[in-house]
Design a protein around this ligand. Structure first.
Ligand code: HEM
Length: 236
């Protein structure tokens, strides 16, 4: 999930056994995990655990009666915002990798993208189940009043496509098409900002949408600049 300017093959490349590169004679290299730098496994475990924080917070608040006067609204808003946060972190992986030169960062991308999908699913489920009780008429009436919901839905449908094609087997099966499909992450990020902006515009409270909008513009703008620079170099 969440491809970028680099290829799926690059993703695989970083999983190549390092021990082979260092030489079979090196016992230190032989002891090293075959999947990358030593810090990668504990770091991935730490990120995996930390990513449960938003859900744990909701559960804790629920158990201690701190979800406010409208708990459904609290959960919808919290899961929506965390979906956006995970989308931004996923999009930040490639710039971070390129700017620091730490190739192993790319190994976190799939997990972070799947967490964005996880929180989007909770967000969507809270809305159609606990807010609307699967009442199609009520949902359509709400969409009529608040069209930003359709934009969020479009982002969610694209996210489903990326989540379904995120396993390694799908990367291999789809080849180059996988990369093209996973560029949808850019459209998802823009739809998410539009969804957020539109919702908050109705409440005349655009501070957060502006902050997240600036983050997404910076993350996508960086890619455009890199693409233009590489294109210019190729044409020389
Ligand atoms: C990638 C997908 C999505 C993202 C990133 C996203 C993000 C957000 C964000 C950031 C908010 C505002 C939270 C706040 O006030 O702090 C929000 C609100 C909302 N979203 Fe989404 N959303 C997504 C998909 C959806 C979908 C699929 C639906 C329903 C079909 C939906 C329905 C809503 C509703 C109803 C609200 C307003 C809640 C309220 O007024 O209290 N969203 N969303």
């Amino acid at each position: 999930m969440a491809s970028d300017t680099q290829s799926a093959t690059e993703n695989e490349q970083h999983t190549a056994p390092r021990a082979t590169q260092a030489g079979a004679s090196s016992s230190a290299a032989a002891r090293r995990p075959a999947t990358g730098p030593r810090w990668i496994v504990p770091a991935k475990v730490a990120v995996f655990i930390a990513a449960w924080y938003p859900l744990a917070r909701i559960v804790l608040f629920g158990m201690t009666d701190r979800l406010g006067a409208n708990p459904i609204e609290f959960i919808t808003r919290s899961t929506g915002l965390w979906t956006l946060v995970f989308l931004c972190i996923t999009l930040a992986v490639t710039p971070l990798r390129r700017l620091t030169g730490v190739a192993a960062f790319v190994r976190f991308r799939r997990m972070l993208g799947l967490y964005a999908f996880f929180y989007a699913t909770l967000h969507f489920t809270t809305y159609i189940w606990f807010d609307k009780w699967f009442d199609v008429a009520a949902i359509l009436k709400d969409i009529g009043k608040r069209p930003f919901i359709t934009v969020g839905f479009a982002a969610f449908v694209l996210l489903i496509a990326l989540a379904v094609t995120s396993p390694r087997a799908m990367v291999r099966k789809l080849g180059r098409r996988w990369q093209t499909l996973h560029r949808a992450i850019y459209a998802i990020a823009m739809l998410a900002i539009l969804h957020f902006w539109w919702m908050k515009a109705g409440k005349h409270d655009l501070i957060l949408p502006k902050i997240y909008g600036a983050i997404v513009v910076a993350l996508l703008g960086w890619r455009v600049l890199v693409w233009l620079r590489e294109r210019r170099r190729r044409l020389k």
